[in-house]
Design a protein around this ligand. Structure first.
Ligand code: SF4
Length: 180
């Protein structure tokens, strides 16, 4: 029987969750026996073009129009969608900007401070056209599994992915999530 495909993608975050994927160390070999690991930190491929994904993993909150496309595409292609890390689960670090005025923040970033963009304007680009507020993944698409943590522990990642690969819904506990 074909192994279930696992694929991941990024929205707004620091990529720390993806790096914690690699913290599974030798258990990655165990996971490779259970699942067909496609676009993940193994390949460092962003916005993968994979169909028939059993387990889709999204890191980061929704900050711009591109992120909305990313999560909708992953939702359409995946049987199970995992919100991977605090930024995906509730907005996390990127959502700190929700406490500030958006236009003032953009002006500060692109006009009032030194920037690689010397046009003196806020770029008109879907990667920059930030949403009024950073959103959690579940505010836009249905999420099947919430895997919190900044980043989630390697134990929690391994448990979640191996359970899903076996066709079972994970039951995450406080111990696995380091809630002590
Ligand atoms: Fe980075 Fe933490 Fe967000 Fe993960 S949850 S992307 S480690 S800030």
């Amino acid at each position: 029987m074909a192994k279930p495909k696992v694929s991941s993608d990024w929205c707004a975050g620091c990529s720390g969750c993806h790096m914690s994927f690699l913290d599974m160390d030798e258990r990655l070999l165990e996971l490779v026996n259970l699942a067909d690991i496609r676009a993940t930190p193994f390949t460092d491929l962003k916005h993968p073009d994979e169909d028939g994904v059993q387990i889709g993993i999204i890191e980061g909150g929704i900050n711009n129009l591109t992120h909305i496309e990313v999560i909708k595409r992953m939702r359409e292609r995946s049987k199970y969608l995992v919100a991977f890390g605090d930024c995906a689960v509730f907005g996390g670090v990127p959502a700190m900007r929700n406490f500030f005025d958006l236009q003032e923040t953009l002006r500060y970033a692109y006009i009032d401070t030194i920037s690689t963009d010397e046009s003196g304007k806020i770029p008109n680009d879907p990667e920059v056209a930030v949403m009024t507020r950073v959103q959690a993944i579940s505010e836009v698409v249905k999420v099947d599994v919430f895997l919190p943590g900044c980043p989630p522990s390697a134990d929690a990642i391994f448990y979640t992915l191996s359970e899903l690969a076996k066709g079972r819904m994970p039951k995450l506990t406080g111990d696995l999530l380091n809630w002590h």
